[in-house]
Ligand binder design. Structure first.
Ligand code: ADP
Length: 254
């Protein structure tokens, strides 16, 4: 009996040592992960400050310069500064989500109006793709954070353009669907396999087939988080080599 007991105690001690090791390892990984998130938050904040100043001066210059070639160079510089700004905002927003600090300002507004504004801006900027829209004729009132929803639409639209390099059209639709506002962004681009579709909303995921195109793999992750916070739904239908359809639904205002 004494021998059995000794074996049992040894076994328990061994298991306890493993558990202790595991919990220490878990704590270590957790601390490192928190430090990484802190670093990303700090670095993106530091990058954002000078960029805001650069953008401010470029916008002043844009109003003052009329010589065509200088304007062209200036606009290209401003485009790149805006691109950098979006990338940094994505990193900042990711850190805020991880820290549970992403804030939302809810209001009632007409999403049809917002879609009209977004498509006007799209048509105004230099684009190889034609944007084909159908928003119906009536206002569609929702209760949401307008800026974040604009960010979501712009993100889906820029993906549709970015991942359909050989196409010349992208589609943006709004309709009422089972008492909800449903927005669809469709492209005739590279498309995604079933397996890729299941992973596109995870942080840093980038499909192998699109690796040559630049990005951080954060846009759809952020879009999903924003939709979850709004009690909304986000999904994708896609076929490799044919194109993709990303769509979201949001509850209507009461
Ligand atoms: P990013 O575009 O910066 O990589 P996203 O989170 O927006 O980040 O997208 C994640 C990945 O999902 C992309 O890298 C791409 O592989 C795939 N993806 C997103 N939108 C599309 C689309 N419209 N067509 C094909 N693939 C897409």
């Amino acid at each position: 009996f004494k021998k059995d007991h000794e074996v049992m105690v040894r076994n328990i001690a061994a298991q306890a040592a493993i558990a202790l090791d595991n919990s220490q390892l878990f704590e270590r990984v957790k601390t490192l992960s928190e430090k990484k998130d802190e670093f990303i938050a700090l670095a993106s904040h530091e990058l954002k400050t000078p960029l805001t100043t650069i953008k401010g001066y470029l916008q002043i210059l844009e109003k003052k310069i009329s010589e065509p070639k200088s304007r062209l160079f200036l606009n290209k510089t401003l485009d790149q500064a805006n691109r950098l700004n979006t990338l940094i905002d994505d990193l900042l927003n990711m850190s805020r989500i991880e820290a549970g600090k992403l804030e939302f300002n809810y209001e009632d507004f007409d999403i049809r109006e917002l879609l009209l504004d977004v498509s006007e801006t799209f048509n105004y900027s230099e684009n190889k793709h034609e944007l084909i829209t159908d928003f119906g004729d009536l206002p569609v009132l929702i209760h949401a954070d307008k800026q974040r929803i604009e960010q979501v639409i712009n993100n889906l639209l820029s993906n549709a353009v970015k991942y359909s390099p050989l196409a010349d059209k992208v589609y943006l639709n709004l309709k009422l669907d089972q008492g909800k506002a449903k927005v669809t962004v469709k492209d005739q681009g590279l498309g995604l396999t079933q397996e890729q579709q299941q992973k596109v909303f995870t942080r840093f995921y980038r499909a192998e087939s699109t690796k040559g195109i630049n990005g951080l793999g954060l846009g759809l992750y952020l879009t999903k988080q924003i939709m979850d916070a709004h009690d909304g739904m986000l999904d994708v239908k896609s076929e490799e080599g044919i194109g993709s359809e990303f769509y979201f639904t949001l509850p209507l205002a009461k």
